[in-house]
Design a protein around this ligand. Structure first.
Ligand SMILES: *Cc1c(COP(=O)(O)O)cnc(C)c1O
Length: 421
């Protein structure tokens, strides 16, 4: 039996209706921007395996740093103990995070980083004697699949069985020039009439909402209003973090800095899972007390795993290298050139780009997980390109190390795909 057949016996895949889609392609190795399947076919990883392995798969600098760390200290409980990889990571991260960020708290994945942020915000108010329970989130936002994160996610097409059990969330539309006065009014009304603890948003680009991009100035104004009213601003940078928008963090584009930031995905360069929720001194201070109960009693077994920290440290070092920064500029320019050609195509409705994130909407209606979407996905794979269309959006978010030839191949394949629709 091949791997695909063996897979079916005991495995249950994420986001999958197994009755309709039983087959899963087996990937046996990966290098740079390329994935290899069990027949040694090559695929360009155009989505960096969900925006994780931005410095390339099996990057030798990352793997050798991790290997060294593995032989030195594998793991130790982070409640009551500390270690250099976590200390150094906190130092390096605080250097590049927005200037108001002072503390970092570890967890295991993007969803938990959001759950931590929400709990931090709720307890921040609780510790000061205020019972604020409502969270404001943006429509179409995606923040993860654990209960807190799922509750604030607006993309709830398949959340039916759980909706009755969500935490208290109010959703506002993504601000645009056209709706802004209305959105602002609604936002102020929510804040003044309800006990709002926090406002959570993906800054500038909503990843799972098919790379929807929106105006930073308008978001900036909402953050300002929130903070003036003692509502904490939570930036979910799980997707946007670490250089993808052209700056290290999307929040850098905004004048008003978030109180709390969620990080994961490319934090550990695609090697191992880990997440961080960072916050300002003001947030942290609300947990300091002679009363033990005012501390933050949240902790995952693998918090600040030293091996994961070493991957993150190596990744941050690479991110700041001239080579990677040069690659980011090269990819930005390459996408711009492709865009000027493709945007006039009759089957292309609209295009958008922020940093190395590029998306185009097709003039064709497609369900998020429907047949046409699978047809398009299969076409890309048959042509050696791994892109996962979201509804009628095709997006590219490739590793920073992708070559010009590989980018050209992605563009050509997209052009060919437009012909089969
Ligand atoms: C992927 C993602 C998450 C969830 O991260 P997981 O590691 O999958 O739990 C949360 N927020 C954003 C913006 C994401 O893109």
């Amino acid at each position: 039996m091949n791997l695909t057949e063996r897979d079916k016996k005991h495995l249950w895949h994420p986001l999958t209706q197994h009755q309709l889609y039983p087959n899963h392609l087996a990937i046996t190795k990966a290098k740079g921007a390329i994935l290899y399947d069990d027949k040694n076919n090559e695929y360009i990883d155009g989505i960096a395996s969900w925006y994780t392995c931005m410095y390339g798969h099996c990057n030798e600098y990352i793997t050798s740093s991790v290997y060294k760390q593995m032989q030195q200290l594998d793991h130790v409980v982070f409640a009551g103990f500390t270690h250099e990889p976590a200390i150094k990571l906190s130092e390096e991260l605080i250097k590049i995070l927005p200037e108001n960020q002072e503390k970092v708290f570890f967890s295991d994945n993007g969803s938990t980083s959001v759950d931590v942020a929400i709990k931090m915000a709720l307890q921040y108010h609780f510790n000061q004697g205020e019972k604020k329970g409502k969270i404001i989130a943006l429509e179409d936002g995606f923040h993860g699949d654990t209960f807190g994160a799922m509750s604030v996610s607006g993309l709830s097409v398949y959340n039916g069985p759980f909706e009755d059990f969500f935490i208290d969330v109010a959703r506002i539309p993504v601000p645009t020039q056209e709706n802004f006065e209305h959105v602002k009014e609604e936002f102020i009304k929510l804040i003044t009439e309800h006990n709002v603890a926090a406002f959570v948003y993906e800054p500038l680009v909503q990843g799972a909402a098919a790379m929807k991009m929106f105006d930073g100035n308008l978001l900036n104004e909402l953050i300002k209003i929130a903070q003036e009213n003692n509502v904490l601003a939570i930036a979910d940078e799980v997707m946007t973090g670490f250089g993808k928008t052209g700056k290290n963090f999307a929040s850098e584009y905004l004048e008003h800095k978030p109180d709390i930031i969620c990080l994961s995905k490319s934090l550990t360069a695609g090697l191992v899972p880990m997440a961080i929720t960072s916050c300002s001194q003001k947030v942290y201070n609300a947990f300091l007390s002679d009363d033990i109960g005012k501390g933050f009693f949240h902790g995952h077994t693998y918090s600040a795993n030293p091996v994961a920290c070493s991957a993150a440290l190596a990744g941050i070092e690479l991110l700041q290298s001239e080579e990677i920064q040069g690659n980011i500029q090269r990819i930005i320019k390459s996408h711009q050139e492709f865009d000027s050609k493709i945007k006039k195509h009759p089957k292309v409705k609209s295009t958008r780009q922020k940093g190395i994130i590029y998306a185009l909407d097709l003039n064709v209606e497609m369900e998020r997980y429907g047949d046409l979407r699978y047809k398009l996905f299969n076409f890309f794979m048959e042509n050696g390109v791994c892109l996962r269309p979201l509804g009628n959006t095709i997006y590219i978010l490739a590793p920073f190390v992708i070559t010009n030839e590989q980018l050209e191949k992605i563009y050509k394949t997209i052009e060919k795909a437009l012909e089969i629709l």
